[in-house]
Every structure is written in C-alpha cells, then in structure tokens.
Design a protein around this ligand. Structure first.
Ligand code: NAD
Ligand code: IPM
Ligand code: K
Ligand code: MN
Length: 379
C-alpha cells in the first residue's frame, strides 16, 4: 500500500464545518482504494491556536507541516481575535513561508451549465469562463520588512528575480496542462498566460514584467504571454471574464484580490479551491497547503449552511499535486459537478444557499460522498 501523511488544520469558524465534509470524502477514497492509506494528523491553527498556545501556529505544527506529504487547511480568523498580535492570519502566512509554498493555484470556472444561474453576470457573458490564477505566494508586500508604529506604518513590496522566475515556471507548466481549449490535457497547445502587474507605478512591478518576459522568451517561447495592468484587468475580468481564459500570472497582493473576483464571477467563494505548492505541477510530488480561497466566514458559522465544495475541491487538488493521484482527484471533481447539477431539488441540484440552493453543509457533503463511492466502485 502507498501511505500519505496528511496534516489537517481546520482552523476557525466555518473551517471545521467544511473540513468535516472533506474528511468524509477522504474516507470514501480510502474505503474504495484499499492500496491507498492516508495517515491523518490533526492540529490547531489561527485563533484556536492563539487561545491554546498564545501563537497562531506553533513551531511544532510548522515542523509537522514540513514533514507531512501535504497540509489540508481550513480557514483562520475572526472578530474575537481582532486585537491579537500576531493575529490568526499570521498562521497561514507562516505556513506558506515555512513550506516555501511559493505558487498559489486558484482555478475559476463555471463547473456545470446549471451553475450559470448562480452568477450575478449574464449567462452569455460568463458561459465558458475558465482560468487559473497563479499567485506568487511567498514574497511581495506580504513578506517584506514592516514598520508598525503609531505614527507610521509601511510594508516593503519587494521582489527578487528568482522569486518571479520560479513563479513564471509554474504559470508556464499550468498553461501547458490547462491547454488553450481548457481541457486540462493541453488540448489546442498551451493556454495564454496573462501577467498582471502595476509596471506603470511600482518598481517591483517593472521587475515583475521584465523577469516574466525574459523567462518566457528564454524558456517558453511557444507560450503566448500578454501583459496587463492589474487595475484594468480587475475591470475586464468582470466585464468579459472569458477574455482571460488561460493562466493569470500575478504577484501576491494582486493575486489575492483578483482571485476573490473569481468568487464574484461564479457567484460565491464557496466553490473555489486553492493549492499552495512548493514545486512545478506535473513534475512529481511536492508538499503543499490546500485550502478554500474563502476565509472563516464568521457571519454564517455554526448554522450548517456553509458551502463545503471549496474545501472538498481543495482535497482533490491535494490528491492531484501532492500525491499525484490524478484519477481519484478527477473522480472527486466529477462527483461535485454531478451533485451540483443534479435535478432532484427542483432543477437547482443539491447545493447550499450561496449557490441558489436550499441544502445544508452536511447534505451536500453526504451527496458528494455517495456519488464518489459510486464512481470509484465503477472504475
Ligand atoms: P470570507 O471569505 O470569510 O467571507 C466573505 C463572504 O463570503 C462572507 O459573506 C461569507 O459568508 C461568504 N462565504 C465565504 N465562504 C463561504 C462558503 N464556503 N459558503 C458560503 N458563503 C461563504 O472573507 P471575510 O469575511 O472578509 O473574512 C473573514 C475572516 O477570514 C477574516 O478574519 C479574514 O482575515 C479571514 N480569511 C482567512 C483566509 C484563510 O484562512 N486563508 C482567507 C480569507 C480570509
Ligand atoms: C487568502 C487570505 C489570506 C491572504 C489572509 C488570511 C492572510 O485572504 O488566502 O486569500 O491574504 O493571503
Ligand atoms: K481558507
Ligand atoms: Mn484572500
């Protein structure tokens, strides 16, 4: 049997609620694939770690994370820790840094035609949208030197060429896998890479553009690279999201913002997963942190209504990138699509309220489990 060590960090508020559903899915994979073993270790992160240990992530947890094959992460933060220093959010940042998980993959697509309804955009505008944001994850304004005094505060937005270069290599690899026709098998040749920066204002943006261009010219001359200023990109993503089909290659801050626009495009953050990885996709196993794009959503926590799909799809990304279990990952994605699309619940599928449905968190997780079991047993 093949054994994978997974560190599970549910975090705060809705974090544990959606994690419970993802763990159901992992159980189904293990039941149906007796040759695969997932050794699970659970620990605290974020506000719950502050309450117990005084810090958002302990040295011990960071150590466990770096020794694991992958980290399945929920979400951290909440109003009760508004004055904590360091705050819960520093927990996820510390993990990304410790694992050197430098590339954050955040895919966005309308999973099934019936989900067109969930988007606030007109169906003809949003139909066929499929892009993946590759966000640089260990540099920029997030990790530069900080000054924080009463009379002045600053965040140094710093990039070195090798940080941009390694992120560009991930963007190129993702473009080859995604393919221009978005089939995930490189169909139609490599997808277009859209690099978003503020080269008109920021010195770090000019470095970003120059190094990205040089890396593609030198190493990936067959991939079409286009540069776009990040502010107008935000506007165009809403006006014509399909126009950016392909890969959006961007820095830490812009990637954070542009990937939440994805939530606006599909109608909710509740279905959007992410992978923060420390290697090149398609080139073997690498450690990574897998979590929803969304946060701890304190406004809906504890009500049983949070959408578990983003967490479940994050598990699929974990299997794909850190375990290279591509078939099992694809089966989870298929099961999610089938459940969201199913017509049993008056044509809306089994989905939570954020996607226009009426189902609760557990109901969605259970339905996906049943469908996944059926798929895995049939293959
Ligand atoms: P949020 O992403 O938690 O929520 C934004 C909105 O989307 C809310 O209205 C919420 O109810 C809704 N939403 C989010 N996830 C949903 C889901 N799965 N199903 C249905 N609706 C969902 O952003 P916020 O409210 O700005 O932040 C709350 C806390 O989360 C803050 O402390 C923030 O720092 C933290 N946060 C953490 C992470 C992380 O752990 N990586 C990411 C983003 C935000
Ligand atoms: C995200 C979050 C985090 C970020 C916060 C919680 C540190 O918004 O994962 O998108 O800004 O990266
Ligand atoms: K999260
Ligand atoms: Mn964010």
């Amino acid at each position: 049997a093949q054994t994978f060590h997974i560190l599970i960090l549910p975090g705060d508020h809705v974090g544990p609620e959606v994690m419970a559903e993802a763990l159901k899915i992992l159980n189904v994979v293990e039941e149906c694939r007796p040759n695969l073993k997932f050794e699970r270790t659970f620990d605290l992160v974020g506000g719950s770690s502050i309450d117990k240990h005084g810090v958002p992530v302990t040295e011990e947890v960071l150590d466990k994370a770096s020794k694991a094959d992958a980290v399945l992460f929920g979400s951290v933060g909440g109003p009760e820790w508004a004055d904590a220093s360091p705050n819960p959010e520093a927990g996820i940042l510390g993990l990304r840094q410790r694992l050197d998980a430098f590339a954050n993959l955040r895919p966005c697509e309308i999973l099934v035609p019936s989900l067109l309804d969930a988007s606030p955009l007109k169906p003809e505008i949003v139909k066929g949208t499929k892009f993946i944001v590759v966000r640089e994850n260990c540099g920029g304004a997030y990790f530069g030197e900080k000054v924080e005094k009463l009379e002045v505060a600053s965040d140094l937005w710093v990039y070195k060429p090798d940080e941009v270069e390694r992120c560009a290599r991930v963007s190129a690899a993702v473009a080859r896998i995604l393919g221009r026709n978005g089939d995930g098998k490189g169909g139609g040749g490599p997808a277009i890479v859209w690099s978003a920066d503020k080269a008109n204002v920021l010195a770090s943006g000019r470095l970003w553009r120059r190094v990205t261009q040089n890396t593609f010219t030198r190493e990936f001359p067959d991939i079409e690279l286009r540069h776009q200023l990040a502010d107008s990109m935000a506007m165009l993503m809403v006006k014509n999201p399909r126009g950016f089909n392909g890969v959006i290659h961007t820095d830490n801050t812009f990637g954070d913002i542009l990937s939440d626009i994805s939530g606006g495009i599909v109608g909710s953050l509740g279905t959007l997963p992410s992978a923060s990885i420390s290697g090149i996709p398609g080139q073997g196993r690498c450690n990574g942190i897998y979590e929803p794009v969304h946060g701890s959503a304190p406004d809906i926590a504890g009500k049983g209504i949070v959408n578990p799909v983003a967490q479940i799809l994050s598990l699929a990304m974990l299997l794909r990138y850190s375990c290279v279990l591509v078939d099992e990952a694809a089966a989870i994605e298929k099961a999610v699509e089938t459940v969201l699309d199913s017509k049993e619940a008056g044509g809306l599928g089994i989905r939570t309220r954020d996607m226009g449905g009426e189902a609760g968190t557990k109901e969605v997780g259970d339905a996906i489990s049943v469908e996944l079991r059926r798929l895995l047993q049939a293959s």
